[in-house]
Ligand binder design. Structure first.
Ligand code: FA5
Ligand code: MG
Length: 340
């Protein structure tokens, strides 16, 4: 009898539901009993063989069973879902009494700290900050700075060339020209950045290092302004009792020229490996902007004068933190970097 068959299907489905352990089991059950090719559907297709008076009652019964099973499946689904959720929650419970994992906080690189301090000192004296490209034309790095192609000064700055007229800048002095091309006096800037020279690596030299260029051009600027400014800078950075000296030097783009040294912080002037027994460490080059450089930038040297300087950022950072070897800055050893 079809009525019994329908009841058997219902019982079989209820039985299968009891054993379902997850949502995909439920879906399989739904398909195999209620799906297009499922057992109940197949049975209903045989309705044609029933007599007309039996058909409505059987149809009704089959629909009731279908509705009943759909209800049971959705109840089972709800139950399984909440069981799964409970299981997950209990698995993911956080024990707030467990010791936490150490959070590693990054540090500013010591050179970034000293660069920031340097910017603050010069901003306080009315300077603003400019910059220029690291890949530079020969013109800005040498030519316009009064260093023509065959000039011996080129030998002191062993240059990485990219092509005949393009190079990695050997000094931030290129920024002087770029700035003066686009600005007229009064000029008062610093320009920090990376520079490159094919220098051998040692405790105070690296083939890639950083300079902070300074340039001031106005009416009546003198060497005394230059010296005073650099002394104020050294005192602000290192304290009042810092010991520096100016030494005559030569740069083609300044006249007169000087270099500023600081007493060796390792041996306090006695002479040691770090200062190569000189007692002093060179921090920067400086001088009065050469009239020819002003002329090249269309600034009248009869009306205006200026000074410029180029500070070695690695060197001033070494002195700031008593670091005896510049290579530490580039090794990225977190035991070193973590101290700042
Ligand atoms: C110059 O580069 C000039 N452009 C400086 C200057 C600017 C003079 C404006 C006049 C007017 P010098 O080659 O001496 O000069 O380099 C300047 C500073 O850079 C040095 O005093 C030193 O502190 C630093 N320095 C030079 N070579 C290296 C290097 N290989 N590694 C680390 N620091 C260096
Ligand atoms: Mg020098």
């Amino acid at each position: 009898m079809m009525k019994d068959q329908i009841e058997q299907i219902r019982l079989a489905a209820v039985d299968a539901l009891k054993n379902a352990t997850n949502l995909s089991d439920l879906e399989n059950i739904r398909v195999s009993f209620l799906g297009k090719k499922g057992q109940l559907t197949s049975l209903l297709k045989q309705m044609g063989s029933l007599s007309a008076d039996l058909r409505p009652a059987m149809g009704q019964l089959a629909n009731d069973v279908r509705a009943y099973l759909e209800g049971e499946i959705s109840k089972a689904a709800t139950a399984l879902q909440s069981a799964e959720l409970n299981h997950r929650l209990s698995r993911e419970t956080i024990d707030v009494t467990m010791p936490g994992e150490d959070v590693c906080i990054g540090h500013k690189h010591p050179m970034s700290i000293v660069l920031d301090e340097t910017k603050q000192i010069f901003l306080g004296m009315g300077f603003s900050v400019a910059d220029g490209p690291e890949v530079e034309y020969d013109y800005y790095n040498f030519e316009a700075l009064n260093i023509p192609k065959d000039h011996p000064a080129r030998d002191t700055q062993d240059t990485f060339y990219i092509s005949e007229n393009v190079l990695l800048r050997t000094q931030t002095s290129s920024c002087q020209i770029r700035y003066m091309e686009n600005h007229k006096p009064p000029i008062r800037i610093i320009a920090p950045g990376r520079v490159y020279r094919s220098d051998a690596l040692d405790a105070t030299h690296s083939p890639m290092f950083h300079q902070i260029e300074g340039l001031v051009v106005d009416e009546g600027i003198s060497m005394a302004d230059l010296k005073g400014t650099l002394e104020v800078f050294a005192k602000r950075l290192y304290g009042e009792d810092v010991v520096c000296r100016f030494r005559p030097h030569h740069f083609p783009f300044t006249e007169p020229s000087a270099e500023m040294d600081i007493q060796c912080f390792n041996c306090h002037g006695k002479g040691c490996r770090l200062c190569k027994n000189e007692g002093w460490i060179e921090l920067l080059g400086a001088g009065m902007v050469h009239p020819r450089v002003l002329e090249t930038c269309n600034i009248d040297p009869n009306k205006y004068s200026g000074y410029a300087f180029g500070i070695g950022l690695e060197r001033i950072t070494m002195r700031r933190y008593q670091i005896g070897d510049l290579r530490m800055f580039f090794e990225n050893d977190t035991r070193f970097l973590g101290q700042f």
